[in-house]
Ligand binder design. Sequence first.
Ligand code: AMP
Length: 193
Amino acid sequence: MSARLILLGPPGAGKGTQAEKISQKLGIPAISTGDIFRANVAERTELGRTAQRYMDAGEYVPDEVTNAMVADRLAADDAREGFRRDGDPRTEAQVEELDRMLAAAGVELDAVVELTADNDEVVARLLNRAQEQGRADDTESVIRRRLEVYAEQTEPLVRIYTERGLLIEVDGLGEIDDVTTRLLAALEEKLGR
Ligand code: AMP
């Protein structure tokens, strides 16, 4: 099935986890800027060195760096028919760039899913993930900063996509499989499939 989807939601809402499930279910490639940045940090590329400073502080990597990287990924063959993004767009400038790329390819987004979860819950989840995975940006002070940055820079995107009639809000609290079931039901309704 071809679908072009975006997942929004604060850090810790479960975007990455749910995104994997949707990709498997719908057979569409996953694009996660966070994962691509982390792979570059691990491989010590120039992009990785640039990105790491921002990631460690809980700040967003500058738009021009992120947009160039995303353009590369979107040009890959497997992303032509459909994609599911859980890492971008995160700023209005990234929305504009994505709009340009989609228009150039003559395609449109199908839906934008906002995964919701309150602050206390996401902080608890991320502190738990810190113990399990040891991610450098999962310390409490950096987590708080990431939540602030999300509220300032990414939450405005909810209004933009609501106005375009693309937004679906899904409650991210509860068991992983229950959230997936809710999400897929909401998507099927939206996509009319
Ligand atoms: P994530 O894995 O989605 O939590 O992303 C981890 C970090 O990567 C973020 O805190 C940012 O520093 C950076 N990052 C990921 N995606 C973006 C994006 N679209 N724009 C800017 N920075 C990003």
